[in-house]
Design a protein around this ligand. Structure first.
Ligand code: GL4
Length: 839
């Protein structure tokens, strides 16, 4: 029998069946119990959110034994733990995912149905924790899923933003930002741990003195102290006992502050200090690939990194007499440079607070950290002005200077009399306003450096980090990104998952390479028909959602051509828009044209301060308004902008795609991960040779991928040869017509000024080579249109895309990190007196 009986948690405390039992009656009772005792509601007064909360607690209870056992196991001295430091975790809703990973989805569905409710409706109540901007934050979420599923001891460390990424509304075709009050109704998945809060200092000055024993000592006298309170969320692996911890820090005012002010009678002063402390974790900076250089952002970074390192040291000292072998217990991954302040912070903790010699501390530090770079865009490379840095972190600036002094001494030996080399490698940029280069700090302080796709890693070695590569080639490696098949296939595309499992069993869910077994059915007409049916169902569901959320009625038999991602000039959503205008013009010129009906679907947020990106949204919605309302083309072209693209809203998108738009300028997209989600769900890609597109094409086969555009070297070459977008414009009638229509106000009710900034940037600069790739893109799209007419051939390509996308599992990526960077092994968690749930 699969029902766990009451079991012993701590020797004296028995946890009753209602919190662990998995039979339908127990689940129903637990659900009703939570509604009454936790939400304080009777069925007659309960809101859908009350029901959701009651269910969430019912599920959380069933995670706790695994979670506590995992945490306890990791305290063992012989276990090495991965600490993933990330300023962003774009988790998406927990409930559905936990049901799947626990293996109790069907049972809960039955229990909820028998309670007279609808599980889907309850699941839809969850406010997703949108604690990230886009790919970088979502990658962190996929990686902690894989770490747990692979039974790797790991802690995710980050920030508990009170307001995550803003909600997007579209008003009059423009993006409007709404504050994300995700904590409004409480968060049932987290547990606060105020008893292990830590103190973080900020500002002030540094005292150097010699102590009684004659040692040089440093004393940092801050002008502010902030309390860091951890909030823990369990991250359960798929059908394993491992439940790792995501520990997110919230900033609070330390009590001492209130006290002081209270004593001098300055009540309002005390409240001010409280507000200013709590500001640190108030809001996520909503920029992707663009740094702002704001003081508060530096404070956020330092705050969560200091909290996390102090927490690791605390844990370590529970089992060890000193910190000499710290690096053998913790592998700390820096998710981009955002946490790279960890390098001087660990030095400070070891040297200043634990009185370790510099050399030994440096040895430990540089054997602890590893650094992942996620972008080549210059505007995304973090630099902090020395002045600001010194004001916020005076001691860290001193430490960075000392790290730099020693580092440059080494460089001088390697490159004698080479001032240019010194200047280009230095942690300090001396040009203009002096600044600290965080990527250089991360490189010097880490034993491993990686890029996130083959092409990206090569470009790092060749360009952005070339001098570091020359110095330490052995530190560099590639770790191509991956996505978790649990959320991105099993959870979001149950129809496809069941079809696949019926054919090849369900081992693919944890061994995604097994999807290859589908190749043998790619030509099988019966399987093709089933495959088409699944896709069609998904398209129907998305059609319904589009109607509900935008009012636009689309044809589910048309080709779903989808581009969802942050809005950015380098991602070239406007190139997609030019294609739509081109098709529109063709149809206007020739109403009888045999054109494959298409629905163009866009989704994505623009950084609130990124004017050009917001204008791109307005362009897309404006083109949509004209196209969707023109009776001449209405049934063959539709344009939809799905508002508020986030993890929840993406759920119906990937499964419904026929065509995935991955059209960034070659050399700009580090990897992309949406490209992987689409391909896994059987969409074909139209894409450039950029980021992981290169590897997707390699895997699925060139014949199953629509390639266009300049290569990275060709982009460089054209620019060197004086590329002028005017020439392309003048020589290409289709392009010229499309641009002229935008320019003359065709899509803006005659307003010729509206899109002028966007057009000027294309005509006078075209930094991202839109015009250079235009014709090739259009021609490629024509091939796509033709291919879509041949249903069976298209379906075969679709099947092969899924079958050959196994490489893009985050399990594969995490295995590589474990073996090649972290040197960690799985540690299976044993649960005593616990019968496993295996639905
Ligand atoms: C990004 C890259 O732009 C994206 O290509 C990559 O897939 C992702 C995860 O590695 O990281 N870098 C930044 S910054 N934001 C991203 O999404």
């Amino acid at each position: 029998n699969e029902e766990p009986q009451g079991f012993v948690c701590v020797p004296e405390i028995r946890v009753e069946d209602d919190r662990t039992g998995l039979d339908i009656e127990t689940l129903k009772r637990a659900f009703a119990d939570n509604l009454f005792y936790i939400q304080g509601k009777l069925g007659s007064m309960a809101t859908p959110n009350d029901y959701y909360m009651a269910l969430a607690y019912t599920v959380r209870d069933r995670l706790l034994q695994r979670w506590l056992n995992s945490a306890q196991t990791y305290l063992r001295g012989d276990v090495k733990v991965v600490c993933y430091l990330s300023a962003e975790f774009l988790l998406g809703p927990h409930l559905g995912n936990n049901l799947i990973n626990l293996g109790i989805y069907d049972r809960i569905e039955q229990a909820i149905t028998e309670s007279g409710l609808d599980l889907q409706e309850l699941i839809a109540q969850e406010e997703e924790p949108g604690l990230g901007n886009g790919g970088l934050g979502r990658l962190a979420a996929c990686y902690i899923d894989s770490l747990a599923s692979l039974e790797i001891p790991a802690i995710g460390y980050g920030i508990r933003y009170e307001f995550g990424i803003f909600d997007q509304e579209i008003q009059d075709g423009w993006q409007v930002e709404i504050t994300d009050k995700w904590l409004r109704y409480g968060n049932p998945w987290e547990i606060a741990r105020p008893e292990i809060a830590v103190e973080v200092k900020l500002g002030g000055y540094v005292d150097h003195y010699v102590d009684d024993a004659g040692n040089y000592r440093t004393h940092w006298i801050p002008d502010r102290e902030v309390h860091g309170v951890p909030y823990d969320t369990p991250i359960l692996g798929y059908r394993v006992n491992t439940a790792n911890t995501l520990r997110l820090w919230k900033a609070e005012a330390p009590e001492s502050f209130d006290f002081q002010a209270f004593n001098v009678g300055d009540y309002y002063g005390a409240v001010d200090a409280k507000i200013s402390s709590e500001n640190i974790t108030k809001v996520l900076y909503p920029n992707d690939e663009q740094v702002q250089g704001k003081r508060l952002r530096l404070e956020q970074q330092y705050f969560f990194v200091s909290c996390s390192l102090q927490d690791m040291i605390r844990l370590y000292l529970l089992e060890n007499p000193n910190l000499d072998n710290f690096h053998e217990t913790f592998a700390v991954q820096l998710n981009d440079t955002h946490p790279s302040i960890g390098v001087p912070e660990l030095m400070r903790l070891l040297v200043d607070e634990h009185h370790m010699a510099w050399e030994q501390a440096w040895q430990i530090t540089t054997h602890t950290f590893a650094y992942t770079n996620h972008t080549l865009l210059p505007e995304a490379l973090e630099k902090w002005s020395v002045q600001l840095f010194g004001r916020v972190l005076p001691r860290h600036l001193e430490i960075i200077y000392e790290i730099n002094r020693r580092f440059l001494d080494m460089v001088r030996i390697r490159y004698p009399d080479n001032d240019a080399k010194l200047a280009s490698l230095s942690l300090i940029d001396e040009l203009g306003k002096k600044s600290v280069r965080m990527a250089h700090l991360a490189c010097v302080g880490s034993y491993a450096i990686n890029g996130v796709a083959q092409l990206h890693t090569e470009l790092l070695k060749k360009d952005v980090l070339h001098d570091f590569y020359a110095l330490w080639p052995e530190k560099f490696s590639n770790k191509t990104n991956g996505v978790t098949p649990r959320r991105w296939v099993v959870q979001n595309n149950p129809g496809l998952s069941k079809l696949i499992s019926r054919k090849i069993g369900d081992r693919w869910i944890t061994h995604l390479d097994e999807l290859r077994k589908l190749e043998q059915f790619a030509d099988d007409p019966q399987f093709q028909a089933q495959w088409q049916q699944v896709k069609q169902n998904c398209k129907h569901q998305l059609t319904k959602q589009i109607k509900e959320r935008t009012g636009v009625v689309v044809d589910p038999t048309s080709m779903f051509d989808i581009q969802v991602k942050r809005i950015h000039e380098y991602k070239r959503q406007h190139l997609n828009a030019l294609h739509i205008i081109t098709l529109y013009n063709r149809l206007k010129e020739n109403p009888d044209l045999d054109l494959q009906p298409r629905t163009f679907i866009f989704g994505g947020k623009a950084a609130p301060g990124y004017f050009m990106a917001k204008l791109m949204i307005k362009l897309i919605t404006s083109v949509g308004e004209v196209v969707n309302n023109d009776p001449d083309v209405r049934d063959r072209l539709k344009v939809v902008f799905l508002p508020d693209y986030n993890v929840t809203n993406s759920q119906r998108v990937y499964p419904a795609a026929d065509l995935s738009e991955q059209i960034s300028t070659a050399g700009k997209e580090a990897s992309g991960t949406g490209n992987m989600k689409f391909s896994l769900n059987g969409a074909l890609t139209i894409g450039t040779l950029d980021g992981a597109n290169v590897e997707i094409r390699e895997e699925v086969g060139a014949e199953n991928f629509f390639l266009f555009g300049l290569t990275t070297p060709e982009v460089k070459e054209q620019k060197a040869n004086g590329y002028n977008s005017w020439d392309v414009y003048n020589a290409n009638p289709g392009l010229k017509k499309a641009i002229d229509m935008i320019s003359c106000g065709f899509f803006s009710h005659g307003d010729q000024q509206l899109f002028k900034p966007l057009l000027d940037s294309l005509l006078y600069d075209d930094k991202y080579m839109l015009f250079a790739d235009y014709q090739d893109y259009i021609d490629c799209q024509d091939r796509v249109g033709d291919a879509f007419k041949h249903k069976d051939a298209w379906t075969k390509m679709s099947i092969l895309n899924t079958a050959r996308s196994g490489k893009f599992s985050s399990d594969r990526a995490i295995r590589e990190y474990c073996q090649e960077i972290w040197q960690v092994e799985p540690v299976p968690i044993e649960l005593q007196e616990y019968v496993q749930a295996n639905a």
